[in-house]
Design a protein around this ligand. Structure first.
Ligand code: ADP
Ligand code: MG
Length: 455
């Protein structure tokens, strides 16, 4: 249990939320609010402007979704605007609302983001939504076309606020705010926030309450490692780690869009269930990739920084920074895709000698808590391969003692026979894994009798 953010004493009942919402919260399975929810929800309900900084995975989304649903009025007005930097996040927040909306049938909520057809969006807008979740670019297009009117927005939420108030987005955000005509509540959320951006943030708010939890943004649920690698062997080293690390879902962060495609197709050729995710991929495919990743059709995502912010996907328990991030902030967000809520996660950062400065920076940030890990050596790999076959054998023949023992003996004989020739042992083991994964499990005892003489 992550005592850092998940609180045992308080419960949701004391935050000022109405009974109907409380019932839904408990139905959904939340038992106790997180620290940021405890601090933020009462202030949000009172209509205060809020600047809210809390580490990755600490439940910031519910900190605004719950009070919004509590305070929304049942009419045909557009009352709430939520801005978020990526399309994936817009969809994620939209789906988070949907968890609750089924109990609030009267509330209409839509998402607006680039890459989705205008026709779908025009049709959705005709339904007179109360809440819009949007990326800035597409929202501005609608504002210019006069297909969305923000005059009556009462609540503006900016998620990943430091990114949204940074150079790439700030003008768009300011132009959007100009369209809101009435006095409104503004709430900003992020895991990271520099001093410069805090100043900009204060400018777009009215006397905000600043809730800054865990000032260092350190998520203790993430066990961090770094590994010195020789860039010539980088992909091989990655593949060795994929063999030796145990993971449910893994995100590998790389620098460029092109390389994300290359690396992912290489992994696919090796039999891994992997997809690339980058900003050049068309929107419907991007959505499908995230869907596949969430639902276990793939378990490796090779992504650019587009996936570094906000994504909340269950069971991502390993992050590999294949290429070093541009800065500490990006590092915090990348590794923050794991160790979410009260789960534990692991991150590995690949480093070359030239990256020592970056290592020093993050070590300072994380109080020297980043441990060194070494490239898996030959014996480790051998061991992993041996155990993998043993596991496969046990899994398939657990109930069939004859076959189980046959294969176990065969395995022992092979390893003993090649004991002093490790390379050959390794090749044999790798071949066995290949054969085994593809065919062996289908062989019946009858077939096996045909090969009796092997014994
Ligand atoms: P953040 O935006 O702070 O990075 P999220 O809002 O994405 O974090 O929440 C991280 C995860 O924690 C989500 O899967 C969310 O459903 C879960 N979560 C949020 N609040 C609670 C709670 N009070 N109890 C249990 N799980 C929670
Ligand atoms: Mg978030």
């Amino acid at each position: 249990m992550n005592l850092n953010s998940f609180n045992n004493i308080n419960n949701f009942d004391n935050l000022g939320l109405n009974k109907r919402l409380l019932k839904i919260i408990y139905d959904i399975g939340y038992k106790v609010p997180t620290d940021i929810q405890i601090k933020c929800i009462p202030l949000f309900l009172k209509g205060k402007d809020i600047l809210s900084i809390a580490k990755t995975g600490s439940g910031k989304t519910a900190s605004f979704v719950l009070p919004i649903l509590n305070n929304i009025e049942f009419n045909n007005n557009l009352q709430v605007l939520i801005l978020s930097p990526t399309r994936e996040l817009v969809i994620q927040i939209f789906n988070f609302f949907k968890l609750f909306i089924k109990y609030f049938k009267k509330i209409k909520i839509i998402s607006i983001y680039g890459g989705q057809s205008y026709n779908i969006q025009f049709n959705n807008l005709k339904k007179k939504p109360n809440i819009i979740i949007a990326t800035p670019g597409r929202l501005l297009d609608h504002l210019n076309k006069k297909t969305i009117c923000l005059y009556n927005i009462k609540i503006l939420v900016i998620d990943e606020a430091d990114e949204m108030l940074h150079m790439g987005f700030i003008n768009d955000v300011k132009n959007i705010i100009k369209n809101i005509k009435i006095k409104h509540q503004t709430a900003l959320f992020s895991a990271t926030m520099s001093l410069d951006i805090t100043k900009i943030a204060r400018n777009i708010m009215n006397n905000p309450e600043e809730i800054i939890l865990n000032k260092d943004n350190i998520n203790l649920n993430i066990i961090q490692y770094f590994c010195f690698i020789n860039s010539k062997f980088k992909t091989n080293i990655l593949i060795n780690f994929l063999e030796t690390e145990i993971f449910n879902r893994l995100i590998i962060f790389v620098k460029t869009k092109d390389f994300s495609l290359k690396l992912s197709s290489l992994l696919e050729k090796k039999g891994y269930l992997s997809s690339a995710l980058n900003g050049n991929i068309n929107q419907s495919l991007r959505e499908k990739i995230i869907y596949n990743f969430r639902n276990g059709f793939i378990n490796i995502l090779v992504a650019t920084d587009i996936a570094s912010r906000g994504l909340d996907i269950d069971n991502v328990n390993l992050i590999i920074n294949y290429d070093i991030p541009y800065n500490i902030c990006s590092y915090i967000h990348r590794i923050g895709r794991t160790g979410r809520a009260d789960n534990i996660g692991k991150s590995i950062l690949f480093l070359e000698n030239k990256d020592l400065r970056f290592l020093r920076l993050i070590n300072r940030k994380f109080n020297n808590n980043i441990k060194r890990i070494y490239v898996p050596d030959f014996n480790t790999l051998l061991n992993v391969r041996f155990n993998k076959i043993l596991h496969l054998i046990k899994k398939n023949f657990n109930k069939n003692y004859l076959l189980l023992n046959f294969y176990k003996n065969l395995l022992n004989k092979i390893t003993n026979f090649f004991n002093d020739k490790k390379e050959i042992q390794d090749i044999t083991l790798s071949l066995l894994i290949l054969v085994y994964e593809n065919n062996f499990s289908k062989i019946s005892y009858k077939d096996l009798l045909k090969f009796k003489n092997i014994k």
